[in-house]
Design a protein around this ligand. Structure first.
Ligand code: 13P
Length: 354
């Protein structure tokens, strides 16, 4: 089916209390792998293009490849989401090139390096909501800066991330401010800061509540129970793939990701979109390194790429199953973006915040 708005995926996810992995895409192999994983587990899927992906492949290519994948699996509901937009202009460009959902990262200034004042965040997010909802496209905002509670460092990764060391309170979303943010902007889903950051190096040890604030998710969900929450930086960093990368010449330091059980706890408390990029990158790199090392006389790049695809697909399948998303695709009836736009105008999709 044609890509639909992300809001159409998040509402049923809230109704049935499951989460949807939002998997980052950069190339044909990732898009095919993710779509096949969604198809084989009958899952709705969010494919998202980061600033780095849009620079690497171009928005048009990403969109056309997602359309081709969607044609192959017409019964799978898919949203194509622009990850981390630094300004309303960037979001507008993505909407124009056919993304059905956009993220306005207003917690950082337009350079995507320095934290922005709250009023700025409200103003730019509100602006994106106005232009996106007018054409039925959904909007993710961000409140609080993503970064490590262990080090205070955001960790720049794939085109976004604050620079320098940040104070603790900037790295945790405040529940009362989250309510105000949703009320003032009418955003469909805010991303919240709970101590996760992008990339493979998030936690130096298995995270406990002091460095991965799942309790903060609960507090935000209690304050805004009708709002879909988004968790960024949520790969689990499979140790087995780190081992494969090391075995075949890669240099990965000791590191820990977000345990699946913690993500599932988040899903029990309102998280509906779970952003994962690193797991697929690790699995693909491990699979390619192994394949190239085991077949040194082979020069056909399709072989390592095929192995990479299978590894990426397996990650996708696991996350669809683990987040309760598997088997849900058939329950989602697609709605055209124009109809979504009318619903926004009628106020039917307005946030319910008391
Ligand atoms: P990772 O890079 O940590 O997997 O996070 C992905 C993400 O949050 C994309 O916005």
């Amino acid at each position: 089916m044609a890509p639909i708005s992300m809001r159409q995926l998040l509402d049923p996810a809230a109704g049935c209390a499951y989460g949807i992995p939002a998997l980052n895409i950069n190339n044909l192999e990732q898009i095919q792998a993710i779509m096949q994983a969604a198809d084989e587990t009958s899952s709705p899927v969010i494919m998202q293009g980061s600033a780095g992906a849009r620079k690497y492949a171009g928005e048009g290519f990403l969109r056309h490849m997602v359309l081709a994948a969607a044609e192959q699996s017409p019964h799978i509901p898919v949203a194509i989401h622009q990850d981390h937009g630094g300004s309303p202009a960037v979001c507008q460009k993505s909407i124009r090139s056919g993304f059905t959902s956009v993220m306005m990262e207003g917690s950082l200034k337009e350079d995507m390096k320095r934290p922005a004042p709250y009023d700025y965040n409200i103003a730019v997010t509100r602006k994106v909501v106005e232009l996106a909802h007018a054409v039925g496209v959904s909007v993710e905002g961000e409140l609080g800066v993503l970064g490590s509670l262990e080090t205070g460092i955001a960790g720049k990764e794939d085109g976004s991330g604050a620079e320098g060391k940040l104070p603790h309170d900037e790295l945790l979303t405040d529940p009362e401010q989250a309510a105000d943010f949703v009320k003032c902007t009418s955003v469909d889903a805010p991303a919240i800061a709970i101590g996760t950051s992008h990339g493979a190096y998030k936690f130096s040890r298995k995270p406990t509540g002091d460095i991965l604030a799942i309790g903060r998710i609960k507090a935000i969900h209690e304050r805004i129970p009708n709002t879909h929450l988004v968790m960024h930086g949520s790969p689990s960093v499979p140790q087995a793939w780190l081992e494969v990368i090391r075995e075949f010449g890669g240099k990965m330091k000791e590191t820990c990701g977000v345990p699946v059980e913690e993500i599932r706890e988040g899903i029990r408390h309102g998280v509906r979109k779970v952003n994962i990029d690193t797991d697929i990158r690790l699995a693909m790199t491990g699979a390619m390194r192994r394949c190239l090392a085991q077949h040194p006389d082979d020069f056909d790049p399709r072989k390592p790429l095929k192995e990479a695809m299978l590894a990426a697909k397996a990650i996708g399948q696991q996350r669809f199953e683990q987040f309760g998303c598997a088997g849900q695709a058939g329950k989602i009836a697609p709605i055209a973006l124009d109809t979504m736009a009318e619903r926004y105008v009628r106020g039917e999709l307005d946030p319910v915040v008391h």
